[in-house]
Design a protein around this ligand. Structure first.
Ligand SMILES: [Cu+2]
Length: 195
């Protein structure tokens, strides 16, 4: 796969040299001038691409795109294998699986904290985005608190998460069951990656 940024004035496009079987992915956020917000977005997108692709070799060009690419590869290398889905089955008091009711627009909420609190993350079933931006999204999409259109009625809540480093973590998971908000704590140990 070739990931490229936007062409600057005076730069030539050499994609015609590529074999047609090579996938090409342009990143609108990747530009030659230094721009902190775009650079941060480009970095997040690059790490996502690496996690999807799981490459053996990352080859970079150009000063800034090359730096972002190398930082993304370093982040990918340090977190690969710790990228996981945290799944929790919701059960009622009798032990039967139940579908949680939406609580603040989500099937569940989780706090993920490292033993020494060097990591502290608020996670949702669709990833770790801030509550504020999530609320904005819900308002924009016209999804009210009590309707989760298009969301399957699952008894399992899944939080996608990449543990940034090995160690001991505590998870607090919150869901609404039969009108009651329930919080449960789970402890996990994340092993170092073998590479
Ligand atoms: Cu939440």
């Amino acid at each position: 796969m070739l990931v490229h940024g936007q062409l600057d004035r005076g730069e030539g496009d050499m994609r015609y040299l590529l074999d047609p079987s090579v996938a090409v992915k342009p990143l609108a956020t990747l530009k030659r001038p230094i721009a902190p917000v775009h650079d941060a977005l480009a970095l997040v997108q690059l790490v996502d691409i690496l996690r999807d692709l799981r490459p053996d070799i990352v080859h970079t060009h150009m000063a800034k795109a090359g730096t972002l690419g190398r930082v993304a590869a370093a982040i990918y290398n340090r977190t690969a294998g710790r990228d996981t889905d945290l799944r929790f089955e919701v059960r009622d008091a009798a032990g039967h699986p139940v579908v949680p009711e939406p609580y603040m627009g989500m099937a569940g909420h989780a706090i993920i904290a490292a033993d020494d609190f060097s990591v502290f993350v608020h996670a949702h079933p669709n990833g770790t985005i801030s509550m504020a931006s999530q609320q904005k999204f819900l308002e924009r999409e016209g999804v009210a608190d009590h309707s989760m259109h298009g969301m399957p009625a699952a008894t399992t809540i899944t939080f996608p998460y990449a543990f940034p480093k090995p160690g001991r973590y505590h998870l607090w998971v919150q869901a609404k069951v039969n009108g009651e908000v329930v919080t449960r704590r789970f402890d996990v140990t994340v092993a170092p990656t073998s590479s």
